[in-house]
Design a protein around this ligand. Structure first.
Ligand SMILES: Nc1ncnc2c1ncn2[C@@H]1O[C@H](COP(=O)(O)OP(=O)(O)OP(=O)(O)O)[C@@H](O)[C@H]1O
Length: 537
């Protein structure tokens, strides 16, 4: 194992030298001056540079490509972190998609047979050993089921787990060294970036998880003209093999083909935004790997264009509270009500309760005012959220992985939408959607449903109260947790009062003189459940 690790390090080194990444590594303000100076002692730094040498971003992309799937995937993820990378590099790394040499089809067949416990010719009527596509994590073959359906068979690259383990170990080491050597690297939380990557890469290896996500997404958009998700053939799915319906859409990046078939690009761009908001707010289940390689457009009815999404390995979801705060934040934002944005961040518990709201408001205003100087159609939602989270982080906002995922997806959707239709006005497209959603949440029916939900929790009240009280008495209890807990306790108390009030009202006529306790209980219960929240908005 150690020998393998050393060999891998030598390989990484040789790639660094071959692509002359020394300027990227050692000329960084990220590193302290003494390390940058030390860089000049490296023998290869003295090699003459060729005039024709490509720009640094291209050299970095080629180097990552050369280092194989794990570095490619890491580069793809980095390309979405525009908060960390210079623009030229972030732009170039987006080209790291789907350009991975295929692996031997015999390996595919062996793995499929091992996973299915059947020969390929027993499982399929036809199996094309020439791969249809080869990506960083998996290879895809076209096939036909014995029942006649055209399918694709996705197979995980053999031996990927071992390579991941090894490459990750090196990535962690580099990140840790950088963090130890420089405050800038610590500010960027490089180790956290690698750790985020580690979580997603292992998730992507489990194709059953991807299949389950695809099934759920398909169900959420059943019959919708907006989005189509290929059918999963569960009988043939295993952890390393996924069999799904073959789709024949136009890649969304192929603008010429879309124009040729007469696609309504404006509608297509707007539908992208609608799909995103529907997934986030209606379903709380969103495809979080929306890079252009995973999106196709149906060839049917170009005047009524429908997206097709594949590769549901990474999905995100928000709690109802996060949904609520996010929608309010966006609405407050576009009214430039920075005070409310700051207050919402505190109420939601995203930043500590003792944050100075004035200072936080001023910081948000400083960051956002220049963005709002631009016409609405040029404002990037994703950038706005990114700036907001960066500001909030200075005020000790805990990193909220679900929000980071959402912000990255939003950047993807925006980038895609504006590529299709540069005049796309995201805010005007999204605003009615958000307002409708807020109105629906505040409708009497939604409130009643909410109330019913609270009442259903009553049987657990005693247990929850006991646990909460026990927790509170623990010394390590921090203020933010305490606030959240207080909030839950008050809501539970509200539900209890309301239920008690209803029971009393059933026994005493509401107009009689001794009905006041039931009225009092009903009013205070309602206040704790609904009024408190609305007043705090
Ligand atoms: N259902 C399908 N029908 C037709 N082609 C498909 C289908 N699923 C995947 N493909 C092709 O295979 C390619 C790779 O598939 P997919 O993106 O699922 O693999 P991956 O290894 O997860 O890739 P990534 O690098 O994006 O993570 C796609 O870009 C597409 O060209």
């Amino acid at each position: 194992m150690k020998l393998l690790a050393v060999r891998r390090l030598l390989r990484i080194q040789s790639v660094v030298v071959r692509y002359r990444l020394d300027d990227l590594l050692f000329d960084q303000p990220l590193l302290p001056w003494w390390l940058r100076a030390l860089g000049y002692l490296l023998p290869w730094r003295w090699l003459p540079r060729r005039r024709s040498e490509q720009p640094r971003a291209v050299r970095l992309r080629l180097a990552l490509q050369d280092l194989g799937p794990i570095f490619i995937k890491f580069g793809q993820i980095l390309s979405t972190r525009r908060d960390l990378l210079p623009e030229d590099i972030a732009d170039e790394l987006t080209w790291l998609q789907d350009r991975v040499p295929p692996f031997n089809p015999q390996q595919s067949v062996a793995l499929i047979e091992e996973q299915l416990g059947a020969r390929v010719d027993e499982a399929f009527a036809r199996f094309d050993s020439e791969p249809l596509a080869s990506a960083s994590v998996a290879q895809v073959h076209a096939a036909q089921l014995k029942t006649g359906e055209e399918v694709v068979v996705k197979v995980v690259r053999p031996g990927l787990k071992a390579v991941i383990r090894q490459d990750l170990a090196w990535l962690y080491l580099f990140a840790r060294l950088a963090e130890r050597a420089s405050t800038e690297a610590r500010r960027l939380h490089l180790v956290d970036v690698v750790s985020d990557y580690e979580k997603t890469i292992y998730d992507e290896l489990d194709l059953l998880r991807e299949a389950a996500n695809a099934s759920q997404l398909k169900r959420n958009f059943e019959g919708s003209p907006l989005l189509y998700v290929p059918q999963i053939y569960w009988d043939w799915c295993r952890p390393k093999v996924l069999v799904m319906e073959r789709i024949y859409g136009v890649p969304v990046t192929d603008l010429a083909a879309l124009v040729d078939q007469g696609t309504d690009l404006k509608l297509l761009a707007e539908r992208g935004v609608e799909i995103f908001f529907t997934q986030v707010f209606r379903d709380s289940f969103f495809h979080a790997d929306m890079h252009p390689g995973n999106i196709f457009v149906s060839t049917r009815q170009p005047w009524d264009p429908q997206y097709i999404a594949i590769d549901c390995g990474i999905v995100g979801s928000l709690t109802p509270q996060d949904q609520d705060y996010l929608a309010r934040n966006l609405l407050a934002f576009f009214k430039r009500d920075y005070r409310k944005v700051a207050q919402l961040h505190i109420d939601s518990g995203w930043v500590p309760a003792d944050t100075q709201v004035n200072e936080f408001e001023a910081a948000i205003r400083t960051v956002c005012e220049p963005i709002f100087e631009k016409p609405l159609k040029d404002i990037s939602f994703g950038q706005l959220l990114l700036r907001l989270f960066q500001t909030a982080r200075r005020f000790n906002m805990e990193v909220q992985p679900q929000l980071v995922l959402l912000q990255k997806t939003l950047l993807n959707i925006e980038g895609l939408g504006r590529q299709l239709y540069p005049e796309l006005d995201l805010w005007t497209t999204a605003k009615p959607f958000l307002e409708r959603w807020m109105r629906k949440r505040m409708s009497p029916k939604a409130m009643l449903d909410n109330l019913q939900g609270q009442l259903e929790q009553l049987p657990h009240l005693a247990q929850m109260t006991r646990t909460a009280l026990e927790d509170i008495s623990r010394p390590a209890w921090d203020t933010r947790k305490r606030e959240r807990h207080d909030h839950h306790l008050l809501r539970l108390l509200g539900a209890a009062l309301l239920a008690g009030g209803v029971l009393l009202a059933l026994q005493t006529p509401p107009t009689s003189a001794n009905a006041w306790p039931s009225w009092l209980m009903l009013a205070s219960g309602l206040y704790l459940l609904v009024g408190r929240r609305r007043l705090s908005d």
